[in-house]
Design a protein around this ligand. Structure first.
Ligand code: ADP
Ligand code: MN
Ligand code: MN
Ligand code: MN
Length: 340
């Protein structure tokens, strides 16, 4: 039987942003393993800020599995962290408790910077490159450099090989900044894919001597350079099939009411990014607008044209946000609005 390389991936206990961790175990399977066939595993939680040294065991529960085309017989295994009783989710486990619904669809637009020598890829040793303008969806060496597109393309292929549902990629507004979009049905399913895509990107960049900077405003609050978001596009069955202006207005009322709860899980340092400039709305306001990229929630033209049916875009989540917590919060708020 072939020996498979099972890469168990999990989120550690660092605050405010968890890091991805992983380690490999080798196991024999007759063919590519199914999720049910993958055993629980453990790790030393005292090295990941997940346990004290004298009770260091944390448990890994496989929750999603993807082929890894970069390794012979490679398998990527996304895991949740449990306490040693294998029953109670570890306090750092943000996936276990979120609402889920296979009819709730999510599209995350993950923005990020590629970094080398402490600055965005393509920035000169000192100072700044030419101002923003030509970089967004740009082409040509002076706009996107030489290595970045290679990384972005390789990342796309590895993700597609893994069955991750990329819907697109593009160069972003700042130099060295890129985006990928992932669509998935169900909060956990979509968020798992985002985390694994992040993992694949980090690992891929190792061989280039490049890091991924996920911070939402790595060049500072006041720099005239865009920050990084992770817009959360969402729709429920009701929004897609019934919708209506009254329901939409009630939904926006709920998003306004729970504004603070949303911001709390939309990623750290978001006050640096949600300033009212650079295609954002100020962090202490809530507003929606049709095709308006300066609002918290952008309503696509098609949504209104179709009788207030379709999907909405929450533009507030940032690039460092936890997609489990973000999708979970969106579903919690939606659940407060009656559909009758
Ligand atoms: P933009 O950059 O203009 O905001 P993108 O094309 O980058 O738009 O992202 C749009 C996202 O919306 C994609 O991730 C896509 O998967 C998502 N999306 C499209 N339709 C739906 C839907 N019905 N429900 C949830 N997400 C959707
Ligand atoms: Mn986009
Ligand atoms: Mn974007
Ligand atoms: Mn967007």
């Amino acid at each position: 039987m072939p020996k498979y390389k099972l890469e168990y991936i999990w989120l550690d206990g660092y605050q405010p942003v968890a890091n991805l961790r992983s380690k490999t175990q080798i196991k024999e399977f007759a063919s590519f393993p199914k999720l049910e066939e993958l055993p629980w595993w453990g790790f030393d939680g005292s090295s990941t800020q997940q346990a004290p040294g004298d009770k260091s065991d944390c448990m890994l529960k496989p929750v999603a599995v993807y082929p890894d085309s970069t390794r012979k017989n490679g398998v990527l295994v996304m895991c949740e962290v449990y306490n040693s009783d294998k029953t109670t989710p570890h306090i750092s486990n943000t996936r276990a408790g979120i609402p889920d619904d296979a009819d709730a669809w999510f599209g995350f637009e993950q923005e990020y910077f590629l970094y080398q020598d402490g600055r965005p890829l393509g920035f000169p040793d000192n100072g700044y490159p030419a101002p923003q303008g030509p970089y967004y969806t740009g082409v040509g060496y002076k706009n996107v450099g030489d290595i970045a597109r290679q990384i972005v393309e390789e990342h796309l292929d590895i993700c597609l090989d893994a069955g991750i549902n990329h819907e697109g990629i593009n160069a972003e507004v700042a130099k060295g900044q890129w985006e990928f979009q992932i669509f998935g049905k169900g909060s956990k399913n979509c968020a798992d894919q985002v985390w694994v895509a992040r993992y694949i990107l980090l690992r891929l960049c190792e061989k280039y001597g490049i890091d991924v900077e996920w911070h939402c405003k790595p060049l500072g609050k006041d720099a005239d350079w865009n920050g990084s978001g992770m817009h959360c596009n969402f729709s429920t069955k009701h929004l897609r099939e019934v919708g209506g202006e009254a329901y939409f207005k009630a939904l926006m009322g709920a998003f306004e009411k729970y504004c603070n709860e949303h911001i709390a899980v939309y990623g750290p340092d978001n006050h640096m990014r949600l300033t009212g400039l650079h295609e954002t709305m100020s962090i202490d306001q809530f507003g929606w607008g049709v095709a308006d990229r300066g609002k918290s929630i952008r309503v696509p033209h098609s949504f209104v044209a179709n009788g207030y049916k379709g999907y909405l875009e929450d533009r507030r989540p940032n690039s460092q946000g936890d997609p489990y917590a973000i999708a979970g919060r969106v579903l919690k708020t939606i659940a407060t609005v009656p559909t009758a």
